[in-house]
Ligand binder design. Structure first.
Ligand code: SAH
Ligand code: SF4
Ligand code: F3S
Length: 442
């Protein structure tokens, strides 16, 4: 007899890779009879796919777990799982601190979720934070063919060997591993058959992808080249890149690969050589600036974005001013900036020279003002110009659609809903706080 499907509610924190992993976890639990729900209260299983990057992100998980208590009391059979980077970093401790949690699964072992779920069903609790030899993507079933929206993420590389002094990722995601090209291409074909037009290739250091393609330029550029040959795939992006892994082939691809969008997230973290050294970033501000020059020579209209940390231990006013100078020189299209957060087990957390919170606040405010001004300028520079837009969904106003420009700006356009999933030429007419407005170009 067929059983009614069980319902799975997943909450995703953190980076795009967690968004991708959440999809794959839902697919894995499909084998155990689960379908996803958007309504937490009707779930038979709640899975929090967590992020450990800053203290706030990690603590949020515990407050959200606390808030699940009444639901668990009302539904004793409710299963609660913690996945992702907090799961990896804290493992068993989560079970001790939070008795309502039934299972804890790390980012490299979630292909084992169905067995873990079964164990929990028999009244046990389960923890798996292994970095198994077997590749989870090989163990997971092929992806369902169900129709999807026009954009998708696709993980091609995971893990990090860089060990920046502030960062937990090398510990939570493990060493750098690249997926084989053939698997990636076949997954991308499946996504395109399901309606996807734009794929963003993901990796903690995506441009360190070194799969199994031949030749001196067998890196990410070669993979992009293979993917670009898929009919129906119109746009390719990739994130996140490390400056030291931007090889010549990839820079050149921005010049000749029409499907590669003119957008690059290239985190620099700081503009001070002293701080870059203390962060173990292994490049100087000058080297980064020269790299940007080469990238812009290959693709003059490329939009650059970055991540910054203010208040890294030992950061002086002069160091911070060097960051402001670098930002003024690069002119970013947008960027993320964060106050330094000491993370357990990382070398920077041990430093005695932590920066005062009020100083950090002040620096963050100044940096965000500058980056905000630059974003506004980048958006305003689009007004009067034409770009292509991939339409994703209806806008707030009737008769309006919203999509993304080549530069990843949201664009609102009066357009029929039949354009969903289509790419059209749009003339930008106005720039708003966080999006552009435009009209279909004739
Ligand atoms: N792999 C990517 C991104 C890693 S996490 C990269 O190397 O660029 C995303 C961003 O979070 C980082 O770029 C950094 O700016 C920020 N971050 C990481 N650790 C942090 C910490 N301890 N405190 C504050 N911000 C942090
Ligand atoms: Fe973290 Fe640095 Fe690795 Fe990025 S490159 S994931 S910031 S250690
Ligand atoms: Fe967070 Fe892990 Fe991503 S720590 S940023 S979810 S890799």
């Amino acid at each position: 007899m067929d059983q009614a499907p069980k319902k799975l509610f997943i909450k995703t924190y953190g980076c795009q890779m967690n968004v991708y992993d959440s999809e794959r976890m839902a697919e894995a639990l499909g084998a155990s009879g689960y379908v996803t729900t958007e309504v937490q209260d009707e779930a038979d299983m709640v899975l929090l796919n967590t992020c450990h990057i800053r203290e706030k992100a990690a603590e949020k998980v515990y407050s959200d777990l606390g808030r699940l208590r009444p639901l668990k009391e009302a539904k004793p059979d409710l299963k609660i799982g913690v996945a992702g980077c907090v799961a990896q970093a804290e493992g068993e401790e989560i079970l001790t601190r939070m008795p309502l949690v039934d299972l804890v699964v790390g980012p490299q072992s979630y292909h084992r979720l169905p067995e873990m779920e079964a164990r929990v069903g028999q009244g046990g609790r389960a923890v798996d934070t292994d970095f198994p030899e077997d590749d989870k993507f090989e163990a997971l079933k092929t992806r369902p063919k169900a129709k999807r929206g026009p954009t998708a993420f696709l993980t091609v590389q995971e893990g990090c060997d860089k060990f920046c002094a502030f960062c937990v990722v090398p510990y939570t995601r493990g060493a750098e591993v690249s997926r084989p090209a053939a698997r990636i291409v076949s997954e991308a074909r499946g996504l395109v058959e399901a309606g996807v037009r734009e794929i963003t290739l993901l990796g903690q250091n995506v441009n360190a992808w070194h799969g199994d393609l031949e030749g001196a330029e067998g890196g990410l550029a070669a993979l992009v080249g293979q993917l670009a040959r898929i009919d129906g795939l119109e746009r390719i992006r990739y994130t996140t890149s490390h400056p030291n892994d931007m090889d010549e082939g990839l820079i050149a691809a921005h010049g000749h690969e029409a499907k590669l969008m003119p957008y690059l997230h290239l985190p620099v973290q700081s503009g001070s050589d002293r701080i870059l050294k203390a962060m173990n970033r292994k490049h100087t501000a000058e080297q980064y600036l020269r790299l940007i020059e080469r990238i812009r020579a290959a693709r003059p209209d490329i939009l650059l974005t970055s991540d910054f940390i203010v208040g890294f231990p030992g950061e002086t006013d002069a160091d911070f001013e060097a960051t402001m100078d670098l930002v003024r020189e690069v002119r970013y299209g947008s960027a993320y900036s964060f106050k330094y957060s000491p993370r357990p087990g990382t070398p920077a957390a041990e430093r005695k020279t932590q920066v005062e919170p009020s100083v950090m606040d002040d620096r963050l405010q100044r940096l965000q003002k500058l980056l905000g001004d630059q974003q506004r300028a980048a958006q305003e520079a689009m007004v009067g110009r034409e770009t292509t837009v991939l339409f994703e969904k209806p806008g707030r106003l009737p008769g309006q659609m919203v999509g993304k420009s080549e530069h990843l700006f949201a664009v609102h356009v009066a357009a029929p809903e039949s354009l969903r999933g289509e790419i059209a030429r749009v003339r930008i007419t106005a720039s708003g706080p966080n999006s552009l407005a435009g009209e279909l170009a004739g």
